[in-house]
Design a protein around this ligand. Sequence first.
Ligand code: KIV
Ligand code: ZN
Length: 525
Amino acid sequence: MSKHIRIFDTTLRDGEQSPGATLDAGAKLEIAEQLARLGVDIIEAGFPAASPGDLESVSRIAAEVGTANGPIIAGLSRAVTRDIDACWQAVRHASKPRIHTFIATSKIHLQYKLKMTEGDVLRNVKEAVGYARSLCDDVEFSAEDASRTDVAFLAEVFSTAIQAGATTLNIPDTVGYAQPVEFAELVRGVMDRVEGIEACYVSVHCHDDLGLAVANSLAGMQAGARQIECTINGIGERAGNASLEELVMALHTRKEFYGCSTHIETTHLTRTSHLVSARTGILVPANKAIVGGNAFSHEAGIHQDGVIKHAETYEIMKPETVGLTQSKLVLGKHSGRHALRLHLTEMGFEPFDDDELDRIFKRFKRLADKKKDVTEAELEALVADVHYQPLDLYILQGVHVSCGAPSIPTASVSMALPEGDTQTRAATGTGPVDAIFTAINRLLPFEVKLLEYAVHAVSGGIDTLGEVTVRIRCGTGDAERTFRGHGADTDILVASAKAYVAAINKQARYECGDVDQQVAESAGA
Ligand code: KIV
Ligand code: ZN
């Protein structure tokens, strides 16, 4: 019998702490719905005390995704009454709510950040966990910076948490400092020292500063942890968190070795990765394990020859197992609405209502007219673009570009503005993208600086959709914020304009209080 490992996904909390990865409430709900389809056991939906917007979006996820058959919905809170109250207010709408509360335990955090003694921390844990448990039957307690905490004190902290009612105890490697053997020893050390721990779930939460988050999580699990905290694409604070898809596929591919299993539907991994990348604007590197563009492609002749003769010569996993069907041509310009609906259902999308299907169909027809055959990856990108309609304050109406050599790249952009009127501006630039972005900047009442720009093709072929992601900076000093935007189009200059305007809309919505920014700063998590 294989041991079940709980997958605790924190894409919407720790993942959202990635620079510029701000998500609005609609995108968070969409990702939560996909995480539920993926089969995660717990969704950490956010940090309700960070802002009214975060509280609102955790409440919505709790009510709409945390159904009786759905996952546990957790919210994070510092070990203080105000945070715990806000957290409970949000997660109580779920069938299976969880309060996740934390306090730092390492000497360096106690001395410089919290300015508390070990005695103060123990009292705080007793009160906070006890209070959380008076509200909710499922309470997780995390000892922040556990991997740099003296194991004897850590054990005392966890014993206090258990006595106060904690049901899951989390051991984070907050700064990604631990080494696998050492981290396993820490987990074992805690399990040996803490009375009553066998009745609780022991969890691990590892960051990737030394590239060891997945290895440390697996080592912690082998030492006895039964819950792993992770994020889609490994996004998160600084270098990120342990990557869900890597952990899950390690357990799946090497099940005899680990003797453990998860409830994850692995065929949903690729789609979930695409969705998170599109919504956060954080591109997945081509060489990223499991979900990177090159993860299943064989370049060297010897490898290609081997794979043709017998796939397992160089393939330890089948691409279909992770839901990779990128190159499959599925529909063409003669396909009708019915075929499209059928195919989307086969791909695992929820049935769309007639209006939504109409919008997807129109976009599909435009694409099919341009390139004849449409692949599943392209359909997925279209659905992601159409299905998700955030409230845009700036709406791109038109882009015209003139470039080439020898000439000065020139762009004119028309955009509907929040005041309701549509205006047009023109600009020249070092290249066509620079000219477009400068023209857009001329339509804005605030300054925008471009920090990152990336373009990639959705699937092979020169006629495919181009996807562009940008990261921008707005404001200065304390008011400085970064936002990411994403756009897809067969014309990469139009995709560039869409991505830039998407990021600008996040800034505009942030100004209106609809988007929360970097809860990490207020939490110190
Ligand atoms: O990295 C960390 O320590 C955390 C905790 C709040 C669990 O994110
Ligand atoms: Zn973390």
